[in-house]
Design a protein around this ligand. Structure first.
Ligand code: NDP
Length: 458
């Protein structure tokens, strides 16, 4: 086969595969290069196995609730090795599907590490190929530089491959990965301490979600060691010790480093190919994902824009449609919905109350209740919903929820927000009853007006 391609994609994760398939559908001759398993972070060592672990953790609470609903004898013991075997089989199955999708699309797969040689040439597995266009979609990897000693800790990669549950787990960080795994491992039965330097977890999310998440995690028995900087991690005879700036020491049998991720740029030959990095070490790109080098584009986490799978996929497809489909397309990074798969889960789209209030007057609508299913079984968990509404034109600017099914509910409402729905549109939408989601269309009066030129809500 010839080694000249219309497009060479480096990285067969969600973004790279989406771009390769879309370009091939437009008639391009495409090669995709992958050094690890096809499917990338999301499918192999991220979103998918994480969610399968979250489902496993959910049974403990389901068993508890079942008793409140009249069931007896509902109990069980979690065997992590059985879950690990089933998870491995599922990721193998999904990897097979990804490989088949590439074959069906007519995309050639080269397994090995790619190195850019300049002028559209790429070395991979002892072969040199040429792409008229190159797309870098190499993703990211856990960062270890936040604290001395962190490289001794597990990352989410190793945690998802555990065959035995740690008895006492210390999670370092307060972002997506930290809170999700703290919540999941607690659900499975570990004693969990979540150590983060801020006063609340999930910086960047709406404050009302953050405070409620902290309360809910704490109520589930997770120790929140917050508000203190961390100094370093050491190994001890019995496990690990994390020293904090106030002199306190947190100990555990196992530690998860969840202090962020860094773009995978090393060893790609980017400098030789003239591809510039930004200050954060990510590939610098313009709004069309074009790098500083002619003929080279980059998408997904390696560009460190909005590091979410659907965004990488959208960026990949936009690139392919623009380059090969004569359909110039750009991704709007402003309104990206996202979810945090804690228990209770969080989901959010649009502006937080604080961000919106900096732009002008906003009306805040809230609902806070004990959901029927939990309340019946005697549980105290609550659901909280918030709409952030433009005080001048009633447009819904932000939708936020913490509670059961939040990700599923907010995904649907994200359509309304993307379409520019107003509070009046929500009001004239009839409820589906009895659901939790209906509360979003039943909020009558604002609880407060905030922001510049704010006047008290009536
Ligand atoms: P995040 O950027 O979300 O969080 C990193 C955390 O590490 C923050 O709490 C940060 O604290 C903390 N941190 C960083 N440096 C230090 C330090 N020197 N000392 C103490 N704490 C420190 O990264 P994650 O690794 O959790 O996730 C990476 C990305 O993956 C996310 O941005 C997200 O886009 C994606 N992701 C999405 C998921 C989803 O959609 N459900 C799930 C998992 C990941 P501080 O806030 O104070 O800076």
């Amino acid at each position: 086969m010839s080694d000249a391609f219309d497009l060479v994609v480096i990285g067969a994760g969600s973004g790279g595969v989406a771009a390769a398939r879309r370009a091939a559908a437009h008639g391009a001759r495409v090669l995709i290069v992958e050094a690890d398993r096809v499917g990338g972070t999301c499918v192999i060592r991220g979103c998918v196995p994480k969610k399968l672990m979250m489902y496993a953790a959910g049974f403990a609470q389901a068993f508890d609730e079942a008793r409140g609903y009249g069931w007896t004898g509902v109990t069980g013991t979690f065997e992590m090795s059985r879950w690990a075997d089933a998870k491995a089989a599922e990721t193998r199955r999904l990897e097979g599907i990804y490989r088949q999708m590439l074959t069906d699309a007519g995309v050639e797969l080269a397994e090995g590490r790619a190195k850019l040689l300049g002028g559209g040439a790429v070395a991979v597995g002892g072969r040199t190929v040429r792409g008229q266009r190159l797309l870098i979609a190499t993703g990211g990897a856990p960062a270890h530089a936040a604290l001395p000693g962190l490289s001794m800790a597990m990352t989410s990669n190793e945690l998802l491959d555990l065959r035995e549950l740690p008895r006492r787990l210390l999670v370092v960080g307060g972002g997506y990965i930290a809170v999700e795994f703290a919540s999941i491992l607690r659900g499975l039965g570990s004693e969990v301490t979540l150590a983060y330097r801020g006063t609340l977890p999930l910086r960047g999310f709406d404050t009302d979600l953050r405070t409620r998440l902290a309360t809910a995690l704490s109520a589930r028995g997770i120790v929140l060691a917050s508000g203190v900087d961390m100094v370093g991690l050491e190994r001890t005879s019995s496990g690990f010790a994390l020293t904090r700036a106030d002199g306190s020491v947190l100990t555990a049998d196992a530690v998860l480093n969840a202090t962020g991720r860094r773009p995978n740029t090393a060893g790609l030959g980017l400098e030789d190919a003239g591809v510039a990095l930004n200050a954060a070490g990510a590939i610098a790109v313009d709004a069309d994902s074009r790098s500083s080098a002619d003929g080279i584009w980059a998408i997904g986490d390696v560009t460190d824009r909005v590091n979410l799978t659907p965004v990488a996929i959208a960026e990949g497809r936009a690139f392919a449609d623009s380059a090969f489909g004569r359909r110039p397309t750009r991704v709007d990074h402003r309104t990206v919905a996202s979810a945090v798969f804690t228990d209770p889960p969080i989901a959010t789209v649009g502006l937080s109350e604080a961000d919106a209030s900096r732009l002008g007057p906003v009306d805040i609508y809230e609902s806070d209740f004990r959901p029927m299913k939990t309340a019946f079984a005697g549980g105290n968990a609550r659901t909280y919903m918030k709409l952030v509404v433009d005080g001048l034109n009633e447009r819904v600017l932000g939708i936020h929820m913490i509670g059961t099914d939040a990700p599923e509910i907010v995904q649907s409402l994200a359509v309304a927000l993307t379409c520019g729905a107003t509070k009046r549109d929500f009001d004239r939408t009839l409820a589906v009853h009895p659901t939790a989601a209906e509360e979003f269309v039943l909020m009558r009066e604002p609880v407060r007006r905030v922001g510049s030129a704010a006047v008290p809500a009536v």
